[in-house]
Design a protein around this ligand. Sequence first.
Ligand code: GBH
Length: 446
Amino acid sequence: MTMLEFPQGFQWGAATASYQIEGAHNEDDRGLSIWDTFSHQPGRVMHGENGDIACDHYHRYEQDIALMAELGLQTYRFSVSWSRVIPFGTGHVNEKGLAFYDRLIDALLDRGIEPALTLYHWDLPQALQDLGGWANREIVEAFAGYARLLFERYGDRVSRWITLNEPLIFTQFGHRSGVMAPGIRSLPVTARAVHHALLAHGRAVQAFRESGREGEIGITNANTSYEPADDTPETLRATELARDFDTRLYHGPVYGRGYPESVLAYYAARDAALPILPGDLEVIAAPTDFLGVNLYSRQRIEASDDRGVGYRNAPPTLPLLDMGYEAAPHALGDFVRWVTKEYGRPRIYITENGVCDNTELAGGRVDDQLRIDLLRGFLAGLHGAIADGADVRAYYQWSLMDNFEWAFGYSKRFGMVWTDFATQERVKKASAEWYAGVIRRNGVEG
Ligand code: GBH
């Protein structure tokens, strides 16, 4: 066994998101978000579950930060609930909501844990959805105003900012397949949501520079490592199309490359042209400081005319995880190498990587060997990508603790800490002890 050591100064962390952990849904004048509305509609979330209480982190953040310190986390990525701090999305600012994140940030800093703040992890204020949400261009200025408030309030203590979490997921799953909030199924609405989300990202980056705050800002995208199912020219072409629709659509404009032609043509031909106005692409391309990479798996691709996009998923060949996708530890290093080449070696933070492993608590222990094995593989691959020249500076494991997994409710456990949702007890899993060792050694056994 060899030790794969990470570069000096590499940071180890964990990630969460507001609606998935906070609970306290109606406390301290918090406004409603689209996930409150959606999860309370029958049939939307598995077993009718919701985030009303979740991990009750709003009340237990001190205990949770003590756990982070025990694990040795050097940085912690969390998101702010927009409707907690601006209950109706614009206008009235809720001091009690702002004060919660003050307490959280200060408690992290007291423990020497660097905060990384995500402005938007899917919980849009319902009042903005009532005006059309991401489909209404007015959301762009609303988001910029919200961003300015956070830069002003927390910019003295937070220096790492992530504008949006996974625009691919909240636009496509929220507005096209409708399996996530706000549960819309419309291609024209999706097209508008995609463009306005990226525009909002660009405006927030501009607002950050205007704020004069020191620190760094970037976007986090959802990624899959796409692999051609064979090496025929038509399969290779299909794989590039998958990358256009899922990857380049959300990265290209940020890196000044504009939207992929294939995707623009697809939407335009279906009465769903992206609502691009003069100057928009310049705003979206406002220079960022890093790229946030979320990655969980790979997908094999083959050519197909089924859906009019020119590609489809080929059958899996690896064992499947509880989430339905393949256990593919090589995917992280592969994707990092690909994105490094595609966009000219951006500075990268792995803002999420993790494993759904539903191993239960037994005799006071959770022996989640599957999670450990896969994380070890992901990290070995990441180490290889860094050795090949990728500029990766930090890794955030998803997630600190089991939490509300969106449309799957509490049925999917991604935590390295077990959450007992009846008692709110936390128990460190075997993977937590293992990860603490990775952090101590700044490396992983290869
Ligand atoms: C991330 O999304 C999220 O940022 C995070 O909040 C989440 O908890 C984490 O992954 C773990 O899943 O079967 O139709 O409901 C990753 C992208 C998109 C992957 C939704 C799973 C399920 C779609 N995820 N997808 S569906």
